[in-house]
Design a protein around this ligand. Structure first.
Ligand code: CUA
Length: 340
C-alpha cells in the first residue's frame, strides 16, 4: 500500500510537471484588446490551478488500472473499502478551497476589469438581426456601417440589442461577448489595443455566438482597429460631406431629383439643372422670369407655382417642402448653382 502511494505520487508529479511545462505555449488566438489580455490571464490561472487536480485523478486512475488489473487467474472480489473520511475530507477541502479562490480571482477581479469602468470614449450601437449586424455610431452620425471600425486605445461601449431573436455579439480577438436581446439593451466595454483588420486575422470579426437560425454561421462582420487619427479620417468618409455641393449631389440622387432633371443639359421630364441659375425661362403663361435662388426654392416647395413652357404640371412631387429640411434644400441649391 505504501509503495502504491509513493508510485502514484511520483506519477502525479511527473504528469503535473509535464502539463505545467506545456501551458505557456497554449495556442491563444490574437489578442486585440486589453480585455483579451485579462481574459487569457484568467484562463491561464484556471489551467495552472486546475491541472494538478486533473493529473491527480488521471494518476490514481491510471496507476490503479495498471497495478490492480485482472491477471487472468482467479475472478474473486477484493476486500470492500467502506470509505476513508480523511481522504475525502482533504479532497473536499482542497478542491473547495480552489473553487472559492477562483470565484474571487480571477472571477470577481476579472469582472471588475471587464465592466468596472463604464466611462466610454466612443459609443457604438449594435443591432443583431437574422442574419447581419447593423452598426451605428450615434455621436459621429454614422448609420449602417459596413464594417466595425474602432480606434486603438479608446474605451468603447457597445450598446447591443436585437430586432428579432436572441443573438450574441462576440469578437474572438477581444474574447468577451454579450447577448443581443430583443426589447432591451445590453452593454459591453472593450479597449482595443492592437491595430489590425479581418484581412490580417480572421479573429478580428463580429461573430454571432448564439444559434439563431439557418444563417447563424454567416452572421459575421469584419472588424478593423485603426489609430485614433485614422479613425477620424474614416468617420469623415462615412459622415455626410462637409461640402454643401457634395451633400446636395448625394441628396439629389437619393431623393430621385436627377431622374427627371438632368445635370448635363440633356432633355428630361423636367428642366435640366445645368446652367439653370441666371437663365431666362419662358413660363406657360408667356411671362419671362430670371431663375434665381427664390425661384428654385419656390419650385422645390411648390412645383405648380410656375410651370416652364413645354413642361407638364403635376409630375414633380409636391411634398419636398415638408420632407426636406431647410439645410437640405440649401444643399440642393448649392449643388444646382454649381452646375454651370
Ligand atoms: Cu445570430 Cu446566431
Amino acid at each position: 500500500m505504501r509503495r502504491d502511494i509513493i508510485n502514484t505520487a511520483i506519477l502525479w508529479f511527473v504528469l503535473t510537471f509535464l502539463a505545467e511545462l506545456l501551458l505557456p505555449n497554449f495556442p491563444f488566438p490574437i489578442q486585440a484588446a486589453q480585455e483579451a489580455v485579462f481574459s487569457d490571464e484568467s484562463f491561464r490561472v484556471l489551467l495552472v490551478l486546475g491541472m494538478p487536480v486533473f493529473t491527480f485523478v488521471v494518476a490514481v486512475l491510471a496507476y490503479s488500472l495498471w497495478k490492480f488489473r485482472a491477471r487472468g487467474d482467479t475472478l474473486e472480489e477484493g476486500a470492500p473499502i467502506r470509505g476513508n473520511s480523511w481522504v475525502s475530507g482533504v479532497w473536499l477541502a482542497v478542491t473547495g478551497g480552489l473553487c472559492v479562490l477562483v470565484i474571487v480571482h480571477p472571477g470577481l477581479t476579472g469582472l471588475a476589469k471587464f465592466a468596472g469602468n463604464p466611462q466610454a470614449q466612443l459609443v457604438v450601437k449594435v443591432t443583431g438581426k437574422q442574419w447581419a449586424w447593423d452598426v451605428e455610431y450615434p455621436a459621429q452620425g454614422i448609420v449602417h456601417a459596413s464594417e466595425l471600425v474602432l480606434p486603438e486605445g479608446q474605451r468603447v461601449e457597445f450598446q447591443v440589442t436585437s430586432s428579432d431573436v436572441l443573438h450574441s455579439f462576440w469578437i474572438p480577438a477581444f474574447r468577451n461577448k454579450i447577448d443581443a436581446v430583443p426589447g432591451t439593451v445590453t452593454r459591453m466595454y472593450v479597449t482595443p489595443n492592437k491595430i489590425g483588420s479581418f484581412e490580417q486575422d480572421y479573429n478580428l470579426r463580429v461573430q454571432c455566438a448564439e444559434i439563431c437560425g439557418a444563417g447563424h454561421a454567416i452572421m459575421s462582420m469584419p472588424v478593423r482597429i485603426v489609430s485614433a487619427q485614422d479613425f477620424q479620417t474614416w468617420v469623415q468618409t462615412q459622415a455626410p460631406p462637409t461640402d454643401p455641393v457634395k451633400r446636395g449631389e448625394l441628396l439629389a440622387k437619393s431623393q430621385g431629383c436627377t431622374a427627371c432633371h438632368s445635370t448635363d443639359g440633356s432633355p428630361g421630364v423636367g428642366p435640366t439643372w445645368k446652367g439653370l441659375f441666371g437663365e431666362q425661362e419662358t413660363l406657360a403663361d408667356g411671362t419671362v422670369v430670371t431663375v434665381d435662388e427664390a425661384y428654385v426654392r419656390e419650385s422645390i416647395g411648390n412645383p405648380s407655382a410656375k410651370i416652364v413652357k413645354g413642361y407638364n404640371d403635376g409630375l414633380m412631387p409636391k411634398n419636398f417642402g415638408t420632407t426636406l429640411k431647410e439645410g437640405q434644400i440649401n444643399d440642393l441649391l448649392a449643388y444646382i448653382a454649381s452646375l454651370k
